[in-house]
Design a protein around this ligand. Structure first.
Ligand code: HEC
Ligand code: HEC
Ligand code: HEC
Ligand code: HEC
Ligand code: HEC
Ligand code: HEC
Length: 450
């Protein structure tokens, strides 16, 4: 018996050494598994699924649950917990994933939840840090309700919002879940069901927000869903394409333009940023419908939601920054500020700290190229969107806004801005927060002390 156990131990050790030393390389030239976990052919089905909920005679279900078998044959009963088992800091590698029996094949997953609210150096969380959703549910989305349990929260890793529960302000959820999987899929990088922007689902809350976008030079996968014409599709791509409709994953858009998602394994900055294109406001409005006047929102058309009798009732989104007749827009976005330090602290170009949707066919703003010093990159056809002011997951501020909207719309010389960085160019700056586009006191930084 002893001899048998020893032999087993050697077999196990050899097998795991082989895995740790040689990461699985996709045959189609796609690179190591680490970069392509969710590509369908890079997936290990049994990392997440258990066929009989039994291993060596013991139940596979996680501690805290009954250990009884879960729907979809999953290792965890809650879908958000499935994702956070690999996407929470500390459990985001194949050696540390909080799931029974994951193959240690050498991958590292991007994190969406830290343990302390601090972005680790060399990593970025452009959608924000779910740590803050747990710290204070007002600061983020709290998707804690798995499929079929809309009234009782089921997540172990994500606190439920005690005020909002699973009801989105300005809308309702009709598809029976409030989880990571409300917005994302996990069986492919892009497919008939998932768009190539961060695997965001094409059909969100029963609405097909994005369908076939090959006409915009995005991924070639046709999409099994028919685009709902009232919504605008997402036209950015962070997940690649199949070259010329072939079988190789390539790290580019279909039209050969570069990918537009920030590298999640590098710090977020002007040279490592998300570039937004298409229906990001439409995406949010699948659940928060009352807050958006639709894909053709303008400052002249009443839509009954955001605009009535020629005036705004809710802040415009998806309107062009050069809408005729507007006092505010691209010129106030990049206004030259006069301050006591005799520098212009307001970036003259596209500012990643206040992202705008890029026009479909203009590729001036690039993920890896600086733009805030280049005036040609902030143009009138750019549009304001939900993500100009909000993060998609959570932020350190109430209502998951990018900056603290309960504080002054002014940044004093040398103080820290909402990204934690000292103001980009030294000097008092009234073009900060709401003041980025609305300098209500003019473009002179005459305010000195509070
Ligand atoms: C990263 C975790 C993960 C991996 C790996 C994974 N799945 Fe899933 N799977 C899920 C989750 C979560 C659900 C439930 C949500 C849903 O139905 O989309 C699911 C649902 C399913 C379903 C039922 C719903 C449907 O789409 O038909 C099938 C079948 C399935 N998975 C098969 C597979 C196969 C086959 C593989 C390997 C190629 C695989 N899964 C790999 C997480 C995973
Ligand atoms: C078994 C581990 C594992 C599980 C479970 C898992 N992921 Fe991942 N995920 C990874 C790895 C590894 C990567 C990085 C490789 C890649 O991009 O494919 C990744 C990448 C991603 C990305 C892409 C980020 C980018 O670069 O654009 C998204 C989005 C994502 N996962 C969402 C999910 C969601 C949603 C779930 C749950 C339904 C989930 N994942 C469950 C391991 C996992
Ligand atoms: C309300 C919809 C929604 C929910 C719920 C949601 N996401 Fe996301 N997620 C997004 C969007 C939109 C982006 C892209 C954000 C952007 O481009 O600014 C994103 C980005 C990501 C990324 C890329 C990293 C980043 O910071 O941009 C990963 C990985 C990811 N999500 C995983 C998850 C996981 C895991 C969960 C559940 C714990 C989750 N998401 C819940 C909408 C959502
Ligand atoms: C799948 C549905 C869904 C989508 C898509 C969605 N949300 Fe939400 N959102 C909710 C729900 C449910 C709540 C309330 C519960 C909570 O906060 O977790 C909520 C709450 C919020 C809150 C208030 C947070 C708080 O706790 O006070 C903000 C702000 C918000 N969403 C912004 C957005 C933005 C911006 C987008 C697009 C990136 C978006 N939502 C997309 C479902 C959604
Ligand atoms: C110009 C900035 C800005 C834009 C654009 C914006 N929001 Fe907000 N949003 C805010 C601020 C600030 C708050 C805080 C509450 C308030 O003052 O209204 C907020 C609050 C919210 C809330 C919480 C409401 C509640 O009851 O707690 C939701 C949900 C929300 N926004 C969704 C959206 C969606 C969806 C879009 C796009 C259609 C969007 N926001 C566009 C700035 C913005
Ligand atoms: C990225 C630029 C941008 C940011 C940031 C921004 N806004 Fe706006 N805002 C606009 C645009 C564009 C309009 C539409 C102006 C028009 O139609 O004349 C607008 C309209 C408004 C209006 C309605 C004006 C009217 O004529 O009825 C108010 C009020 C407003 N914004 C307040 C805010 C507040 C408060 C904040 C910060 C929480 C904010 N905005 C942040 C661009 C922005």
């Amino acid at each position: 018996m002893k001899k048998y156990l020893l032999a087993m131990a050697i077999v196990v050790a050899t097998a795991s050494m082989a895995f740790a030393g040689v990461p699985y390389v996709l045959p189609a030239g796609g690179g190591v598994n680490t970069g392509q976990y969710h590509s369908y052919d890079g997936l290990i089905c049994t990392d997440c699924h258990t066929l009989h909920n039994s291993d060596g005679g013991a139940a596979v279900g996680e501690a805290g649950y009954s250990g009884t078998a879960n729907r979809e044959l999953l290792k965890r009963g809650d879908w958000t917990d499935m994702c956070l088992s690999c996407h929470k800091d500390g459990q985001n590698t194949s050696a540390t994933a909080a799931l029974d029996g994951v193959e240690d094949s050498g991958w590292v997953a991007p994190i969406v939840m830290t343990l302390d609210g601090v972005d680790p150096a060399g990593k970025s969380l452009p959608a924000g840090d779910f740590y803050y959703s747990n710290l204070d549910p007002k600061k983020g989305h709290n998707p804690a309700y798995t499929k079929g349990s809309m009234t009782t929260a089921t997540s172990l890793f994500m606190t439920a919002d005690p005020v909002l529960g699973s009801t989105p302000p300005g809308g309702a959820i009709t598809d029976g879940e409030w989880s990571c999987h409300s917005c994302h899929g996990m069986h492919a990088r892009f497919s008939a069901s998932y768009s190539a922007w961060r695997q965001v689902k094409r059909k969100v809350n029963g609405v097909v927000v994005t369908g076939d976008v090959s006409g915009f030079g995005v991924e070639t996968t046709a999409g099994g869903e028919t685009q709902n014409a009232a919504y605008e599709p997402i036209k950015s791509n962070s997940r690649g394409d199949l070259q010329n409709g072939g079988l190789d994953y390539v790290a580019a858009r279909k039209d050969a333009n570069p990918l537009e998602g920030a590298d999640l394994f590098a710090d977020e900055s002007d040279t490592n940023k998300n570039v937004y294109r298409g229906g990001f406001s439409s995406f949010c409005s699948a659940c928060h419908g009352d807050f958006h006047g639709g894909k053709d929102e303008t400052r002249t058309t009443d839509n009954g939601k955001t605009r009535v009798s020629g005036t705004w009732l809710r802040h415009p989104t998806n309107v062009k920054m050069n809408e005729a007749g507007s006092k505010y827009g691209i010129s106030t976005y990049k206004v030259v500020v006069t301050n006591k330090q005799a520098t212009n602290p307001n970036p003259v170009g596209y500012d990643w700290k206040y992202p705008l949707v890029q026009p479909d066919d203009n590729f001036t703003v690039k993920r890896a190229v600086a733009s805030y010093t280049d005036a040609a990159t902030a143009i009138g056809d750019d549009k304001i969107m939900c993500l100009t002011c909000h993060k998609a997951h959570a932020s350190e501020f109430e209502n998951m806004t990018r900056w603290d909207t309960n504080a002054h719309a002014f940044i004093a010389n040398g103080t820290t801005d909402h990204t934690g960085g000292v103001d980009q160019i030294a000097g008092d700056n009234p073009a900060y927060g709401c003041g980025k586009c609305h300098q209500k006191g003019g473009a002179k930084a005459f305010v000195k002390a509070f």
